[in-house]
Design a protein around this ligand. Structure first.
Ligand code: AMP
Ligand code: ZN
Length: 463
């Protein structure tokens, strides 16, 4: 497929090659379900979805695992603050997460393993680390000894002299200035849920869950691991340490990280309070597909500055694609197929792939696709029946990658009806009554009647 990708592990763009021909094991770090996800989180998830869709478009069989962090410092803190059972909190936000990914047209993972359901696997992994001499007990907790692992720091490029060896850190999150022995198992504390294991009563650290669950479902060595750039250190660095020291094998071939969504030069995050949830934007009247378009249209290694002007531009681009598709569907044409159109499609698809193969250059790929819409627009009157079919099939193929047009239902959605009405209005303005009438007829067949009033066009469903 000639795909080239930036691999954080080696700091360079490399040729992509899968381990087992035609199959790909993909692990993406999932949400910590202590609150609603914000659109910064969704930038990472939408990018991961774009990449996965592109692999599927090429015919790969992708096995995708996304973990659900339902026990960690943040979930416990929230439960204690509100005095609500932790499961009630995590179930509530997990449900919201699934609703949001559906709204954003993100393909579902094959498995969403929960940390709380994999304590056994995590303890077994810690046991291996202890047996191999990489873990030590201190008070009631167990820590990973970073000094023992020669490869420690290879993902985040940490210099050996910056390692604070022999010092341990208990919290799940810490920064590069504090590279210490990290916690694998946390001894029981007051007001914290706990499990009884061979390491006594306690709970797992955050990092161990992703090593344990990814290897359980994808094997010790798999193809791709993804997340936002903030996951590189300490989370992914620690995942590599835990996995490789337990198995003695290479853990992951490709580490792909998405840059942040920022607001006024700061990372969009819960702690800074500078965030919007998906629901916030929908309440303001923005369509989910416009939000998806905005999140995916900037190259994943560039930060994306969130602004409402940017969102308006995304709406405009999306409307261009939708208007084009609708007007195409309404065209009446004669039988036949022209070589010219087939060639345009072929050339355009080649250029689209060239851009995507170049480290997933989506902005370039979208530019190529808009060129296509422009080219076909100029030839609208010449299109024969088979051409229209071919163009629509091509749009469908592109959409299988970008996912910004939701599959049509048998009864048109409100947006689609409104869109068709808009196209019909434009057709009437330009005296293209044939197109205007064909749109009226098409909607009628779907049970939608248009009523022309002095205030504009109204519609009603007669089904
Ligand atoms: P969390 O729930 O905090 O563990 O984050 C879930 C995912 O969202 C991780 O892959 C993070 O790297 C990613 N993420 C968090 N904030 C942002 C942001 N502002 N922009 C892009 N990705 C983010
Ligand atoms: Zn993870």
């Amino acid at each position: 497929m000639n795909l080239r990708l930036y691999n954080t592990l080696n700091n360079k763009i490399e040729d992509f090659k899968e381990i087992k021909k035609g199959k790909i094991g993909l692990y993406t770090c999932g949400p910590t379900v202590y609150d609603f996800a914000h659109i910064g989180n969704f930038r990472s998830y939408v990018f991961e979805d774009l990449f996965k869709r592109y692999l599927i478009y090429f015919g790969y069989n992708v096995k995708h695992i996304m973990n659900i962090t339902d026990i960690d410092d943040k979930t416990i803190k929230k439960s204690n603050e509100l005095g609500v059972d932790i499961n009630e909190i995590t179930e509530k936000y997990l449900k919201a997460f699934f609703k949001d990914i559906k709204t954003l047209n993100i393909l579902k993972a094959d498995i969403y393993p929960k940390a709380t359901e994999h304590i056994k696997e995590m303890v077994e992994l810690i046991e291996k680390l202890e047996n191999n001499g990489y873990a030590y007990k201190k008070e009631n907790s167990v820590y990973f000894n970073i000094e023992k692992f020669k490869g420690y720091g290879k993902l985040a490029n940490i210099l050996k002299e910056n390692l604070k060896t022999g010092v341990s850190v208990d919290s799940d999150e810490y920064d590069k200035e504090n590279v210490q022995d990290f916690v694998l198992w946390k001894g029981k504390k007051e007001d914290e849920p706990y499990w009884k294991t061979k390491y006594g009563e306690g709970r797992p650290g955050w990092h161990i869950e992703c090593s344990a669950m990814s290897m359980k479902y994808l094997g010790n060595h798999f193809d791709i691991h993804m997340g936002g750039v903030d996951n590189i250190f300490p989370h992914h660095e620690n995942e590599i340490a835990q996995a490789e020291c337990a198995t003695g094998e290479k853990f992951v071939n490709f580490w792909i990280h998405c840059q942040h969504l920022i607001v006024n030069n700061q990372k969009m995050s819960k702690s800074l309070g500078n965030y919007y949830t998906l629901e916030d934007l929908i309440q303001k009247g923005y369509k989910p597909m416009a939000i998806r378009y905005l999140l995916l249209s900037t190259h994943y290694r560039k930060t994306l500055n969130f602004t409402f002007e940017g969102l308006e531009r995304a709406i405009h681009s999306l409307n261009r694609i939708n208007d084009f598709t609708f007007s195409l569907k309404g065209l009446k044409s004669i039988k036949g197929e022209s070589e010219d159109i087939s060639n345009i499609i072929k050339q355009n698809e080649t250029r689209f792939r060239e851009n995507m193969n170049n480290d997933l250059n989506i902005s370039g790929a979208l530019g190529v696709f808009f060129d296509f819409l422009h080219q076909i627009n100029l030839k609208l009157k010449e299109l024969k029946a088979k051409d229209i079919e071919n163009v629509l099939a091509y749009i469908k193929r592109i959409n299988s990658v970008i996912g910004i047009i939701k599959e049509e239902k048998s009864i048109p959605l409100e947006d689609e009806i409104e869109n068709k009405i808009k196209i019909r209005e434009n057709a009437r303005k330009t005296k293209d009554y044939k197109l205007a009438d064909s749109i009226r007829e098409e909607l009628k067949e779907k049970g939608i009647i248009l009523i022309d009033t002095s205030d504009g066009v109204r519609w009603k469903s007669v089904k």
